[in-house]
Design a protein around this ligand. Structure first.
Ligand code: IMP
Ligand code: MG
Length: 178
């Protein structure tokens, strides 16, 4: 890690505990119903893998990749599909699995896009929500952690494609991007 990490915000243990709680909620909410988890690449890979293994529900999984930050730390607001779903989601219950919601721009666009495909339902599960996301008209059903407005890395979250493999969530030292 060197000096790239400033501090740990959420430990591995806290992440594991929260996944169990969220998985229990999802199991209860979708009991007896079809469920398709849609992970947003690449950040949601860790959440998807860990959360899905805590679920008892026999759900399907698919992936989408949309453009986000590039190498900087500010949302561009420009959303582009880099990889679309393999699945036809018509009449399916879709649960979008995200790593973080910051401005909410990416997800607002994604929800609109998926709703236009005629699914039975579209809900959102995110590991981290930042304060800006509360200002957008976006209903987030499952939130792992509400964290302050700082640039975070680890547990799927990158800075210039690095640090996704950290098992915890931490803040990037300011000197790394200033
Ligand atoms: P939003 O559109 O601003 O909500 O965020 C879009 C995407 O930017 C997220 O899905 C992440 O991939 C990325 N992102 C937002 N905040 C952070 C952060 O603090 N660290 C790393 N990536 C982030
Ligand atoms: Mg993401």
């Amino acid at each position: 890690m060197g000096d790239a990490l400033e501090k740990v915000l959420v430990t591995e243990e806290q992440i594991r505990t929260r996944h169990r709680e969220m998985a229990a909620e999802i199991d209860a909410d979708y009991a007896g119903r079809d469920l398709l988890l849609v992970g947003v690449l690449k950040g949601a890979v860790m959440v998807m893998a860990d959360l899905a293994r805590e679920l008892h529900h026999p759900c399907a999984m698919d992936w989408m990749a949309v453009s986000s930050y590039g190498a900087g730390t500010n949302s561009s607001g420009v959303v582009r599909i880099l990889k679309d779903l393999d699945t036809d989601i018509q009449n399916r219950n879709v649960l979008i699995v995200e790593d973080v919601i910051d401005s909410g721009l990416t997800l607002s666009w994604l929800v609109g896009n998926l709703r236009s495909r005629g699914p039975a339902s579209v809900e959102i599960c995110t590991m981290v929500r930042k304060p800006l996301a509360l200002d957008v008209d976006l209903e987030v059903r499952y939130v792992g952690f509400d964290l302050p407005n700082e640039f975070i890395i680890g547990y799927g979250l990158d800075y210039a494609e690095k640090y996704r493999n950290l098992p915890f969530i931490g803040t990037l030292a300011p000197h790394m991007y200033s």
